[in-house]
Design a protein. Structure first.
Length: 200
């Protein structure tokens, strides 16, 4: 029973719709009705501005990190479930949030949060890759796709060095989620109509 409860807790953490709640509470705006209609950090930047975008990004990262760290809580301390399973639950919660009619975001930041909670050096490497790619492409979507491919590559190298197969498999699965959720963006990138950022 405890295993089911901790997985449910991780899913509910991921289900917290940061962009939706920040938009409605402080800006009286439903981000799903503006911009791309996506309930994620990128659309929050586009619709509500840099401050709200940064806050939503940090909250979405925190969801993934908190889910991975749930076994540290006294109630779950004796649970033997692998923390990355909880990370997957949080990512699924972000994509299919219980608190927002199962219409969520693309899970880029939440996946990053999972990595932060489990292996912070690789998280730093992924963040640096993201920032460099974003500087070069000016497209958050393309940058996210690039990271969804390179993240598993980094974890594959880490696996070859340490034997942590679980990390490679889980990050590869999350990379697939991110890539799949950007299907429409890929079409716009090919057509040359994908929006570019102006603040970097």
């Amino acid at each position: 029973m405890e295993t089911y409860l901790i997985i449910l807790a991780a899913y509910l953490l991921g289900s917290i719709p940061s962009a939706l709640w920040i938009g409605k509470l402080f800006y009286q705006t439903d981000v799903r009705e503006h911009g791309s209609g996506n309930m994620g950090a990128t659309n929050t930047f586009r619709v509500l501005g840099k401050k709200a975008g940064i806050i939503v990004t940090l909250l979405d990262i925190f969801k993934g990190t908190a889910a991975v760290l749930l076994p540290l809580l006294p109630y779950f301390h004796d649970n033997t479930i692998h923390p990355l399973i909880l990370g997957i639950a949080a990512v699924l919660g972000h994509i299919f949030p219980l608190f927002a009619n199962l219409r969520g975001g693309k899970a880029v930041a939440t996946s990053g949060g999972v990595l932060l909670g489990y292996n912070w050096p690789i998280f730093i490497l992924v963040v640096l890759t993201f920032l460099i790619a974003l500087k070069l492409t000016k497209m958050v979507s393309l940058t996210s796709i690039i990271v969804s491919v390179l993240g598993p590559v980094y974890c594959l190298i880490y696996y070859l060095l340490t034997g942590d197969l679980y990390l490679f498999l889980v990050i590869s699965l999350m990379g697939f989620f991110i890539f799949y959720r950007h299907r429409a963006n890929i079409s716009r990138i090919k057509e040359g109509t994908e929006p570019k950022i102006k603040w970097l």
